[in-house]
Design a protein around this ligand. Structure first.
Ligand SMILES: *Cc1c(COP(=O)(O)O)cnc(C)c1O
Length: 419
């Protein structure tokens, strides 16, 4: 918080003092989502490569000077961030690209990138003396909020659409959250949570509206840059629902460039499922964003009305990146491929980044000599029902070595199959 300069409205560009109690611009109302500016001149002397080299906090709080939280009790939180960035062993060859990295965000404490935002939300709630936090979510925002809040002794009230996958719902219940399952889609869920938050005065973790959350999400970009020795790849690929994650990814790289720590911002490729692709369609048809149905297995990015459109569209535009979609079938194929080539199991919304990259390679949008980082945003164990659709069931054999030998030699499932 020390280096925060002010809040700026993403629409009218008015600025507001950093101690103002507003969540959105009072002039542009709800659409006037704020962005947080830092005093870059001051930070240039503080937030340097040397500062990072001598920093032994291997969590997202290592970037504290470039974040909007106060340094209290941070050591008590779950360990969020500093997830591994792998150079692929096999996958790049299979999909035909020279250099590929994977940032595995499924290794965060509640198994998705959302922990970066929720960790910040919990600290902001504590700063503001709130005892209850609330959000509406398709799953991961909720489960990460519930876990991170439990660790810090806060109560949570979570609104989920009824189609949320069981793994994520189970997490909520285990973390002791008060779960309200709404008989409707994400839109209805969001609306009800908004009214309830206003009515009860709970702290609001709805990502699009709360400007601090993107400050947590941007740390994934800071890490990618640092893990690549401040030479990020030509492209970074990330999936998009509300648009807060992609906005954060861009902001992270952009601020590092402002600080002179990296020399260029990677091109950002936003990926959506073709069953719900408002950003991709607006981009391809050169039209304003329009509401879409939420028709995809990638529940975490099934957002018919994105709540953070400006930040998402600017991330792609200003990085000179692009948008692409992929089908549910391609997502399931990508899930299998990532698992068997690199040992990483991502949920549908996470591996859609790989499906999008494969489409971008085949259309020529990305060339095989360009280097790429894929952000795998969440762990596949959260949604095994969809994963099982693509791999089917294992073979069932009698406990008999001859049957096994025959099966392994011929692949003949009949021989040993229990009838
Ligand atoms: C939330 C989420 C996204 C997309 O983030 P937005 O901020 O909604 O665009 C992508 N993947 C996973 C696994 C998520 O949980």
């Amino acid at each position: 918080m020390k280096y925060v300069k002010n809040y700026e409205c993403t629409i009218c560009q008015r600025t507001f003092p950093k101690d103002s109690e507003i969540l959105t611009c009072p002039f542009c109302k709800e659409e006037g989502i704020l962005s947080i500016n830092y005093d870059m001149e001051l930070l240039k002397h503080v937030f340097t490569k040397d500062y990072l080299k001598n920093n032994h906090d291997y969590s997202m709080w290592r970037y504290l000077p470039l974040m909007s939280v106060v340094d209290t009790k941070l050591v008590d939180t779950l360990k969020i961030g500093w997830t591994p960035l792998y150079k692929t062993n096999f996958l790049h060859d299979v999909i035909g690209i020279d250099t590929l990295y994977i940032k595995d965000e499924g290794l965060n404490p509640t198994a998705s990138l959302k922990d970066r935002a929720s960790g910040v939300a919990v600290m902001k709630a504590i700063e503001g003396n709130h005892h209850t936090i609330s959000c509406s979510s398709t799953g991961n925002a909720a489960s990460s909020l519930a876990g991170n809040a439990a660790r810090m002794g806060l109560k949570t009230v979570i609104f989920v659409p009824k189609r949320a996958p069981l793994g994520k719902l189970t997490q909520l219940m285990i973390y002791g959250s008060n779960v309200i399952s709404v008989d409707g889609d994400y839109k209805d869920t969001f609306q009800l949570s908004k009214m309830a938050i206003e009515h009860f005065g709970w702290y609001n973790r709805n990502a699009a509206i709360n400007p601090h959350l993107i400050e947590g999400k941007k740390t994934v970009a800071l890490e990618i840059a640092e893990q690549l020795d401040f030479k990020p790849t030509d492209w970074v690929v990330v999936t998009v629902g509300d648009g807060c994650t992609i906005g954060g990814v861009y902001k992270g790289f952009y601020e590092l460039k402002q600080l002179g720590i990296i020399t260029k911002v990677p091109k950002i490729l936003g990926v959506q499922s073709s069953g719900c692709a408002p950003f991709v369609e607006a981009f391809l048809n050169n039209e304003p964003l329009a509401e879409r149905e939420e028709n995809t297995i990638a529940d975490s990015i099934a957002v018919g009305i994105p709540r953070n459109p400006l930040k998402a569209q600017r991330a792609v535009l200003e990085s000179r990146g692009s948008w692409i979609s992929c089908s549910d079938e391609e997502i399931l194929e990508a899930m299998k491929l990532l698992g068997k080539t690199e040992g990483i199991f991502g949920e549908p919304a996470a591996v859609a980044s790989l499906a999008g990259l494969m489409n971008a390679l085949s259309t020529g949008l990305i060339h095989k000599t360009e280097s790429v980082t894929l952000i795998v945003t969440g762990n596949g164990l959260k949604d095994t029902a969809n994963a099982l659709k693509t791999v089917g069931k294992p073979v069932l054999l009698k406990p008999n070595l001859d049957n096994l030998i025959d099966y392994l030699k011929t692949g003949n499932q009949e021989t040993g199959e229990v009838k």
